[in-house]
Structures are given as structure tokens and as C-alpha cells.
Design a protein around this ligand. Sequence first.
Ligand code: GAL
Length: 669
Amino acid sequence: MSGSPTPRLIFGGDYNPEQWDASLWPQDVRLMGEAGITTVTVGVFAWAALQPQPGRYDFAWLDTALDLLHAGGIRACLATATASPPAWLVQAHPDMLPVAPDGRRLGPGSRQHYCPSHPAYRTAARALTQQIAHRYGQHPAVELWHVNNEYGCHVQQCYCEVSAAAFRQWTQERYGDLESLNRAWTTTFWGQHLSDWEQIQPPRTAPTTLNPALVLDYRRFSSDALLECFLAEAAILREVSPGIPVTTNFVGLVEALDQHTWARHQDVVSLDSYPDPLDAEAAARQALTFDLTRSLGGGKPWLLMEQAPSAVNWRPVNAPKPEGVMRLWSHQALARGADGVMFFQFRQSIGGAEKWHSALVPHAGTSSRAWQDTVRLGADLGRLAEVAGSTLTADIALVLDWNNWWALGLDARPSSEIDLPERLLDLYRPLWEANLAVDVVGPGTDLSPYRMVIAPHLYLIDEGHVTELHRYVEDGGHLVMTYFSGLVDPHDRVRPGAYPGAFRDLLGLQVEEFWPLSSGAEVALEGQDGRVGTAGVWSEEITSRGAKTLVTFAEGPLAGKPAVLRHTHGTGTVTYLGCSPDPQTLRPLLAEAAQTAGVHPALTDVPEGVEVTARTDQQGQVLFLLNHNDHAVPVPVPASRVVLGDEPDAGILTLAAHDVAVLRPVATR
Ligand code: GAL
């Protein structure tokens, strides 16, 4: 980040001085120093404190807080404070409150209670940002700008009249004339022809299935409407304080924002990550999100802006992180390319909605294990300063397109079980377990550097992306594609001819009919090599047109018919999955595809449950070893300089339960 003279990793969290008596602030800054905290996020929900009345600003408290932080050597990730509009603004403009699809207006009293298209909100947010930027743009404590907070996290879409008008404008810009829109939306169906722009309405609750192209465009519009809010604030910050990077915190795999589009406007990509400690898949899920975040920034170091030190308070049951897991999961972010680890929040609240959410300084204060964990992690990050700026290169690309995700979520399709994050995880998990590095890329990414590309459920795809995937395989790439791909254009209109329209030739097959499976149902599979397994979610009737069958369905209406096939196209190959195979079936299929493609893990002979990644810089490789097991394991490691952790003994590093090591392999003869 900006202005840091020596390389260092960021460590810190949200700090809300306005919620505490000022007499406590010097102690807070002292504790931050004790824990090795470098940076705190200030002011995220401070709009009402900074602007108690229309036109009246009160910066005195923030002046004091930032000066104190600066004197204590702590930098600020300074928020624009626009995520929770003050009561007076809502009182003056009650119609700025967002509206749900059924017409219900949401109330104030929590946060994110604004319609992103409402001029009163936008004007007031810009004015506040101007004030903050001018007052603090040159403040020596300010390291990073934090615009708003988690756009679209609570309110993904607003359906009010102001949004309706903005949507009409958006459609006019996109389609130019009404007949183009009518064609794109297939309005001949169910007599939905539109003869006046004013007839366009948001996809509000209706008697039955809404026009899917309308729903899809409303998703696009809503992501763009929020993006306009971000860009308006970012433009002010960039003009007033050039050189201080600007970010907003993404929330990982959520539908609200087309993060590929948004990421282009971030100086550093940042993420909030809250895996559930009770979820057996938490570490894999989080690794996938971390890989997405790194990839959004084109591989540049990213920032874990928020995570919980232990329990959250917003699930029905909120388990704490078991001993060592806060540290382990923090290192997982670094292992996957982050240059900083931050938390929500520094000091645990005593009132308000998040008083039962863990914090770096818990209610018990410093006489707690939680505080010791904070101090220990700070020390770790201090020791790892040398890895700042190093990057991670992946040989595998996993394709994720928000437009496609939105389309997969539309009503009235063959199956509603194609839950994209879950299906991505199915494919990602075996790669993560095998310690194969993966980038999560969007359409338009240059695929040529990747040895293997996995394209799951690319149901909606535009022509450019179709061409990219064809070219990738023709030029010798190894593609893994799954069912329900290549079927519709960007307006959810079916591509002509047999399924899968865009990829029949590439895959060397034709899909005759879909046979989606009931929720939880399984169908038996049999490999050509005699291996047996099962598949869930989906099956389909496939006729090969040149592809070789690797696995067949072994029971039911499709018994004996192909389930997984491989096809050579140009100088490359495509493996096609016509079902969601169980992990036992998928693992060898992907391992074999990866081996053929020449993809190798960062380290071999690693015991199960140990995650290994490699970051590189000018000095060479940095290996991160993370033991997700709740027992110790021996790991054979190359001759190395130990940056963090115990020294190996005769080439074996013993990693305690949930422990972490960071090594720099040294050249040996
Ligand atoms: C995040 C949010 C924080 C805090 C946190 C609690 O979504 O940005 O302000 O509410 O959740 O887990």
C-alpha cells in the first residue's frame, strides 16, 4: 500500500472510536502497538457522527483519533462512511429507503438502507466524500481509502420508482430502440410486447414466472447502479488524494456485483471472509474465495479486509473458531496471495447489533486467550514482512462469469439444483486437496498461459467467450467442461440446433435430453477402467459424435450411455462431465487431466489435510504449509530457510495441529 517505506504486511481491523469514550482511545492505540497492528479501518459507519445535521460536519473527533493513530505509528484505512445514511437524511427523503420486489419499503434502523439510484442519497454521499477527502486526503495516517462497505451485501436490488426510472434509462442506453429490446427480451412470448419505454418496470413480484431476460437485465442494471455509487466516490478520492489507493470490500461468492467488472476499478482488491467454523468445507470454500479475490486483481497482492477473530453473531448458531484456526485461516489468506489480514473488529462492542460478535480485544480485555491470539498473529505477520509483494502463479483457470451465474438462478429451468458456488466447490475441492494452484477467471481473460481450464456450467455465454474457449483448445489447451453449458446467448435465448449449441463440435457430442436428478438423488456410474461411483444433481442423454466415453451411467433410464467423455479438438483435449460425479470419481478424472496437462503441485508427498502454496518474488519461492488437521503431521520438505515455524529435522517438518510454517527453499547441489 501507499507510503510504507519498507515492505510489510498489513495487520489490523475495523476501529470505531466514535463508539467509545475518547479517554479510551490512547489505550486502544497502545494496545494496537502491542499487537503489531499496522492499520485500522476507521469510520465505516460514522456518517451520523461526521455529519450530525444537514450541512453541519463534525470532524473534531476524527481529527483527534487520526492524530492519535499517527502518533502511535498506526495507519488508517479511512472509510467514506456512506454505508449507513443518517436518520436526518432518511427523514428528509423517506423515499430513499430501498424497496423489496413485493413493493415493501425497507425501514431504517439497521444499515445499507438506501436506494443506490436515489439522487438524494447520491448527492449526500458525494458531499460527505468531498469533505472527508479534502480534510484527510493529505493526512499522514491515511494509507488506503475504504469506499462505502460491502456494496449489495444486504440489498442486492431495489425495486422503487426511482430505480424503475433509472432502469428505463439503462435499457435505453443498452438497446437504443424499443424493437431491439423487444427482440432481446423475446416479448412476443406471453404477449409482453412493449410500445413505450415508460412501460418498462422492474421485475417486481408477479403472478408467475417473470420474463427471464428482464430479470437478467435487472441484475446487470443493479450491479451497475451500485458501481456508479462506488465510482462517484472513488473519482473524488482519486482527484483529491492521488496516490492513496482506493478499494471497497467485496463479499466473495455472492451474486450482487459483477466483481469482474468492479475489480477493474479497484486499486487493490479487498475481501471480507466469514466461513462457518462448523462447516467441514470451510477451509476449501475459503481457499476458493481467496483465489477468486487474487484473480480479480490479476494476481496482484490483495487484502483480507475483514474476518472474524472467532465467532460471528449473525448465524442461527455461532460457533467460535477452534484453537489455532484464526491463525491458520489468516495464514491461508497470505498463502493465497494476500498482503494483509484484517478483522471485524478491534474492540468488541458493548451495545448494538454486533455485541456478541468476536473482536481482537474481547469484552474480557487483554486478560483473555483471544488477545494472546491477536498478539501472536501480529508477531507472525511481523516475521513475514519479507513476503509482501510476492505473487502466486496458477496453471489452472476456473471460469466464473457473473452474467452466467445470474442466468443459472433464473426461474423455470430444467433444475434449480445447479447452485453455482456449490458446483464450483465440487470441482475446486479435488484441486485444492491436491495442492494445485487455481485462478478463478472471468470471460475475456487470456487463457493461453493456463495449462488447464475448467469451465463449469457456462449456460449463458457470449460469442467472444465461445471463440476464446475454442481457440484455447485448438491451440493445445486442456479444457474440462460440465453439463448445462453453451445453451443460451446473453439474453437467455437458446442457441440454435442440438445441445449444447455453442460447444457441440468442440465437445464432439450432442445432448439429446436432460435428465436432472431429484434433490439428494444419486445415479450409479461405471468407468471404462472398471471403477464404480455415483453422480448427483444431473444426468443427461448424450450421443457421441467423436468423443470417447470415459464413464457411463450404470443404472436408470440412461444405463449404458455416456456420462463423461473426452474429445480431441485441434491440438487440445476437452473432458466433458454430463453429471456431477462424486469426489471419488471426480478426483482421479481431474488428477489425470491435470497430469496430462503438465500441472504440478507446489510440493509432493504432502500428508492429507496439509495445504501448500508457493508465492514467488525476486529471491525465489516462499512455501506456505498449513495443517488443517487437528493432529500433528510430518511433512517432507526441501532444504529451506525457515521464515516462520519450527526447523525441520532431517528433511521432515512436524506441523502441530492447525500449525503453519513458511519456508524459503534454498538451492542444494
Ligand atoms: C461484515 C460487515 C461488518 C460486520 C461484519 C460482522 O459483513 O462489513 O461491518 O458487520 O460483517 O461479521
